[in-house]
Design a protein around this ligand. Sequence first.
Ligand SMILES: [Fe+2]
Ligand SMILES: [Fe+2]
Ligand SMILES: [Fe+2]
Length: 432
Amino acid sequence: MLATNKIQVTLFDLVTSLSDVTDLVNPALDDHHKKVAYIAYSLAHEMGLAKKDCCELLMAGMLHDIGALSLQEKMNALNFEAVAPHRHAEAGGFLLKTFLPLAGISEMITFHHVPWGCGKGQVHDGREVPMASHILHLADRVAVLLKKPKNVFGNSPELIRKIESRRGDTFMPEAVDAFLALSKKSYFWLDLTSRSLSALLRRKVRVKTVDLDLEGIGSLAQVFSRVIDFRSPFTATHSSGVATIAEAMAEAIGYSESECGMMKIAGYLHDLGKLAVPAEILEKAAPLTKQETNIVRSHPFYTYRALEHIEDFDTIIRWGAFHHETPSGGGYPFNISKDELPLGSRVVAVADVFTAITENRPYRKGMDADQAKSVLKGMASSNQLDPKITALLIHNYGEMNTKREKVQADLTGVYTDMHSHLNSFYSGTRPN
Ligand SMILES: [Fe+2]
Ligand SMILES: [Fe+2]
Ligand SMILES: [Fe+2]
C-alpha cells in the first residue's frame, strides 16, 4: 500500500493531456488545439484583456473541439467554411459545464463558431454570446488556415488578407485589428510552428491555473470519462461503471480513502487513449482488419503517454493504463511480467471486464449473474485476470452489480439529456 496519498495536479496539465490525445486521432489535426490556445491567448493579450481572461481563453483553446466526437466531425471543423459546426460546440460546452473551474470556459466553447454578423453574433439562439467566444472563433479559423506550417511566412499574406476581408461580417472587428497587429510580429508565426508549444503555453498560465486536489482531479476525470465514452452509444457509460467498481473493490480490499479516490480516477481515465482511435473503428459492425485491431490495441499505450508528463500521477497511470496487462504476462501493450503487475492494475482489469460483460449495449443485453461469473472464473483460471481479485468480486457480486447498474442508469440519463439538448437546437429544422 502507498505511503503518500496526497496528490496535487495543475488543471493545465490535465487539460493538456486530454487535448493532446484528442489531436492524435488524425495527423491532419497537427496540434490544432494548442495552436488555437496560443492564438486565442495572444489575441486577448493584444486586446489588453486581463491576464486571468487571457489564461481562460488559452484553456478554452485547448479544449474547444472536444465535443467533435467522431473523426468526421473533427475533420469537418478543419474546413474554413465549417459545415454545421454548432453541434460540436454545443456538445463541448455541455460536457464541460458540470466542472466548476471550467464553467466559464464551457460558455466560450458553446459559441465558438458563431459569426460576428455585424454585431448580430452577440446573441445566438436567444442566448448571450461572450466576447471571448468571438476571439476563440477567430483564433480557430486562423489555425485552420495555417495549412502548411513549414512555409508559414510564405502563406501568411494570403491568410491575413482572407481574415481582413471578413472583418465585421464573420469576425469581431476588435479581434481582427488585434490579429493584424500580431501578424506583423515574426515571433507570433514562429511560436505557432514551434515544437515546444506546450512548454510555451505552460509558462503563460504558470501562476494562473488552478491546483486540483484529489477530489478536484476526480471531478475533472469524470468529465474526461464522458468525453471518452459519449462518442459512442456502445460505450456511453463504460468508464463510469469501471470507476465505480474499481473504487468499490479498493474499499473491499482495504485501501485507504485516498487510494480509493485514486482508483476511481484510474477507472475514469483507463480508456483515455481511445480518443486516439477513430470512433468509426470503435463502432465498426464488421470484423476489424488486422490494422484496425492494432489501432484499437494501442489505446492503453496512449492512455499512458497522455498522462505520463503529469507529476504525482505515476500510480494512477499504472493502475489505469495497465488494464489490458494480465497476471500471465501475456497482456498488451507493455507486456508487463507477472511479478511487476501492480495490484491496482489487476483491480482495474477485473472492474473493466466485469463492467464490459454485464453492461447493456445497443446491440446486446449484458450477461446475467451466472454467465458473468462463469466468464470471470474462466479468465481467472487461465491467469488473464487476477484470481484473488476476481474471487473477491464474485464474493460481493450482488452489491457490485447493483452499484454498477445504478451509476450507469444515472449516466444514461445524462447522455440522453445531452442528445435531447443538442437536438432541440440542431434538429435539422433550424439553420446551423
Ligand atoms: Fe470547432
Ligand atoms: Fe477547432
Ligand atoms: Fe481498454
